[in-house]
Design a protein around this ligand. Sequence first.
Ligand code: FES
Ligand code: FES
Length: 246
Amino acid sequence: MRHSIRFYLGERLVSLNDVAPDQTLLDWLRHKGRTGTKEGCNEGDCGACTVIVARLRQNRVVLKAVNACIQLLPMLDGAVLFTIEDIGSAAALHPVQEAMVSLNGTQCGFCTPGFVMSMVAYRNAEQRPNDDAAIDSALSGNLCRCTGYAPIVRAMKQALAAPDSAFEEMLSGLVPRLEALEDHADVVIQTATGTVFIPDTADTLAQYLLDYPDTLIVAGATDVGLWVTKAMRPLHVWPLSASAAS
Ligand code: FES
Ligand code: FES
């Protein structure tokens, strides 16, 4: 059993042993100074807070663009997390960033980090058709209120044709890092505001539910995240001795 969550934030291994069940990833990132990830709607609609979560699927690194505002921090256990600060630098822009600049894909810039993260995830997807319908679908979780979408789609098309950047080269080395995080431990973290339980197997989940039948089960958090950010509802609705939230 492990009493901490572990994940990589870019190149850095993070281990947290005091993480509340309702701690959102966006709040945690911004308090850490990763302020390139923006807060817009705080309800999973606008995409300003988009980050990339990398995990292993059948020995292959799979990138997923997710909304940090409704992602709960314990859900990051075992993953590699990338924010806009990890993608490129002022001296060496990622091809997506270069295309957004050269094709005027940004004006006020508030939505831009989120768009770039969705675009980088799409560029590294297994299937990444270079047509309007597929790109519109891939970027449908990101809203822009001032630039308009045509330049952003053009930037996506240009970036799809660009050669690998340092970011893509780094991705090929992620497999051993992700494998090292797979210790097959159940995670239990007790905090003042609830208990996080991350089962490794269906059997341990079943046993936990027998012991704590009022436990709140969280999968994608697309509903539960809103209970936290909009309803301001604490997840530990019962005393710790009687219940737990994961
Ligand atoms: S802030 Fe709008 S989706 Fe997260
Ligand atoms: S550039 Fe202003 S909202 Fe997109």
